[in-house]
Design a protein around this ligand. Structure first.
Ligand code: PLP
Length: 451
């Protein structure tokens, strides 16, 4: 049905170009217009409610109606709506937030620099890594290794690190100096009879072979999400991170943890790095940092890295990087309040419990004829649909069945996300066991309609 003339939907079709949307299909289909939210639910312009099973974009951790965040923003906006951090200036929220993040870090960290999105945080890291190696007099040590199916953003550099074809096709990407190593998805890529640990060893060996064939003196850093999100919720196999880190240390390669999804409780700890024993040199975070109520991201660096950057800024005269909105006081105030709420409500420990409930409920779908694998940890999970359960053969064309199921879920009042034929769940951290049961009930109905 085409939208009524002059409705929001028809004006959307007339004026908006949507991210991650087939523009031609959108001209016919039009948007789902979301008008407001309450708790874990959002409502459309017809008054229909949806459980937001993806917390927006893996991000609205405190749900859609946390008044304290509204108040924190209003209070800061009245006091000082904008200030910046350029040329020795600062505003109080940015200082307090930096201090808090350093205190929460999984390993000793030294400094924080802010940006506005996950992409900008990771882009900042790429630049700082290059700056660092130039400062150390090793300009050839510039390559960054990421992984097939990794997701690190959509700027020129971060889309190059992202290991998904759709982010590079016809954008003239990737840029030089970006390499991709294998995706550590054991269920999909493990060999017949290979244990999870043996698979992890093979991944680490492949990485080392890549490093040796390129020359370790040319490799600056490795970037990875503790759990891959947009690539299909891929949980690292046992011993994977420990083995990868051994290789990186051996060849003096920096480790960047992209905590944009995993940060702030998603896996049951403050950071995914703690869950998987990752000891990064540099970390990026965004999304749940402010429960996505306002855009803010952060890069945290260790002291070894910071000291080199600091010396180089002294030599050049200034650190020539920063955004107008880096450390925006209103965004930082909202982020600080978000972190305070996490702490007061002991929310990360609660995720360990509700997460176990989510994973148990989803595990029941393992026997469903369309389901190849159910995987997850904490409050993040993926259900991969397959054409053939025994051979793991995927559907062709990829994503058609996942998209169909996604649309059936919307009919049932559930918003989830299909990455190809993997259905992702990443609900707000405030979700209760009862609400998880409701979410699963709606998913089950949508899955039945898909069969
Ligand atoms: N890194 C990861 C792991 C992400 O999942 C995302 C976005 O989903 C990004 C980076 C990019 O963040 P943004 O969309 O805020 O630029």
């Amino acid at each position: 049905m085409s939208p009524k003339p002059n409705s929001i939907a028809s004006r959307d079709i007339a004026y908006c170009l949507h991210p991650y949307t087939n523009a031609r299909a959108h001209e016919k289909k039009g948007p789902l217009v979301i008008t407001h939210g309450k708790g874990i639910e959002v409502f459309d312009d017809q008054g229909k409610s949806y459980i937001e099973g993806m917390a927006g974009l893996w991000s609205t951790s405190l749900g859609f109606s946390e008044e304290r965040l509204v108040e924190a923003a209003a209070k800061q906006m009245r006091a000082l709506p904008f200030y910046h951090g350029f040329t020795h200036k600062t505003a109080i929220p940015a200082v307090e937030l930096s201090e808090k993040l350093i205190a929460m870090a999984p390993v000793p960290m030294s400094k924080v620099i802010f940006a506005n999105s996950g992409s900008e945080a990771n882009d900042t890291i790429v630049k700082l890594v290059w700056y660092y190696n130039n400062a150390l007099g090793r300009p050839e040590k510039k390559k960054i290794i990421s992984r097939v199916k990794g997701y690190h953003g959509v700027t020129v550099a971060t889309a190059s690190m992202t290991g998904l074809p759709v982010n590079q096709t016809d954008f003239d990407l990737p840029i030089n100096n970006i390499l991709h190593t294998s995706c550590p998805h054991y269920w999909r890529f493990g060999k017949e009879g290979e244990s999870e640990e043996a698979f992890a060893s093979r991944m680490a060996c492949e990485l080392e072979e890549m490093i040796l064939s390129e020359g370790p003196e040319t490799i600056a850093a490795f970037i990875g999400e503790p759990v891959m999100g947009a690539g299909g919720v891929i949980i690292p196999p046992a011993t994977y991170w420990e083995k990868i880190q051994t290789v990186l240390r051996k060849h003096d390669i920096l480790l960047i943890a992209d905590e944009v999804i995993c940060g702030f409780g998603r896996t049951g700890n403050s950071f995914g790095s703690q869950t998987f024993g990752i000891e990064p040199d540099i970390m990026s975070m965004a999304k749940a940092l402010s429960s996505s109520y306002l855009p803010i991201s952060a890069v945290m660096l260790n002291d070894k890295f910071y000291q080199v950057i600091a010396d180089n800024s002294d030599k050049i005269g200034v650190l020539g990087h920063g955004f107008t909105y880096s450390g925006h006081p209103v965004c930082a105030a909202v982020a600080l309040e978000t972190l305070k709420i996490y702490e007061e409500r002991n929310l990360f420990a609660q995720v360990a419990e509700t997460g176990a409930h989510l994973q148990n409920r989803l595990a029941a779908f393992k026997d469903h004829p369309l389901v190849g694998e159910v995987r997850g940890i904490g409050l993040i999970a993926g259900v991969e649909l397959v054409q053939n359960k025994r051979t793991k053969e995927s559907f062709s064309p990829a994503g058609k069945v996942g998209t169909y199921l996604n649309e059936r879920a919307v009919e049932e009042g559930l918003i989830i996300r299909n990455m190809g034929d993997t259905i992702a769940f990443c609900p707000p951290l405030i979700i209760t066991d009862d609400q998880i049961d409701q979410m699963i009930g709606r998913f089950a109905k949508a899955l039945e309609k898909t069969l």
